[in-house]
Write a protein that binds this ligand. Sequence first.
Ligand SMILES: Nc1ncnc2c1ncn2[C@@H]1O[C@H](COP(=O)(O)OP(=O)(O)OP(=O)(O)O)[C@@H](O)[C@H]1O
Ligand SMILES: [Mg+2]
Length: 356
Amino acid sequence: MTAVTLSKITKQFGDVTAVKELDITIKEGEFFTFLGPSGCGKTTTLRMIAGFYYPSAGKVKFNDRDMTTVSPEKRNTGMVFQNYALFPHMTVFENVAFGLKVRKVNKAEVKRRVEDVLEKVRLKPFIDRQVSQLSGGQQQRVALARALVIEPDILLLDEPLSNLDARLRDEMRNEILRLQREYGITTIYVTHDQVEALTMSDRIAVFNVGNCQQIGTPTEIYNQPVNDFVAEFIGETNLFKVKKTGEGLFCEALNLRVHTSRENSMKNESIKMSVRPEAITLSKTKLEGVNVLVGKVDLVQFTGESVHSFIKVNEGHTTLKVTDLNRGPSTYLQEGSDIYVQLPPDQVRIVPVAKE
Ligand SMILES: Nc1ncnc2c1ncn2[C@@H]1O[C@H](COP(=O)(O)OP(=O)(O)OP(=O)(O)O)[C@@H](O)[C@H]1O
Ligand SMILES: [Mg+2]
């Protein structure tokens, strides 16, 4: 089992700093996800772990071994590339066997291992099929089999599900998790899909232009975002500037004196409040207590499993998004009706504005 340590790694492409002084430790056997918007340095970081790029500065270690400038074939990492990078005119067998042949594994052993891994990804019946004659999801599994067959110490997956439809994506998500648990391989998974990250990962690193904003378990990242960037990038949230005043916190957008029972040790830096749509209480009858607003239902959006209600508050100046599970048509709000809104103090999180 292999742990991966990145110490202050930086990657410079000419004037572009793709990754800046990144510090991350990935534990042995962990399913670790890099999550972040396009261009934030996820692929670059993965490539430095695989050895396809060497860092401009900093160190990459596998356990206690310094791997910073070791060539890719000496790292025993299996990588699934964003575009699969398969050989389209070769068969499934030939594609999967490729890495073993390069490693000069004998013929009988190659056959055994390829058949074994194809069984695992449920592609055995396709073993002699040319790759160009497979569906996207099947090709994705070939790429996965090719990475797994070398029995890597570390599995690197770069947005492996991005080309699949929603149902296949769900299926493959479970497949990857099953294989990862079965093999117990340290796995680093790159995605910009937050649902994928939240459902699959032991821990997540949230990236923003070349650096890491927060590392934590899915629940930590979702429930305790360290700043407004993380709060907004993971899930939906209602995010507003707040000010510290003599009487406490004040939110101009809501015209509300804001109460929060959450820890709030921030000094006079630039701060915002974040309330998740599912945490907000709505009522047709008057609500008592703090953080109560009156509003009008502006729009009701039905998504199937849940219902989003957009509520205009502060005399129509500000819109709050509120999400409820679908509890049947009789519970849907009428657009244009009056409504009371409460932001429960234990659900109001005060976060600093992320530094650039
Ligand atoms: N070979 C290269 N030469 C020059 N610039 C590069 C190179 N590779 C990446 N970059 C730049 O480095 C930054 C990070 O790129 P990277 O591919 O790591 O992003 P990413 O997080 O994987 O994005 P995406 O989600 O779109 O795949 C981008 O600004 C990109 O343009
Ligand atoms: Mg990428």
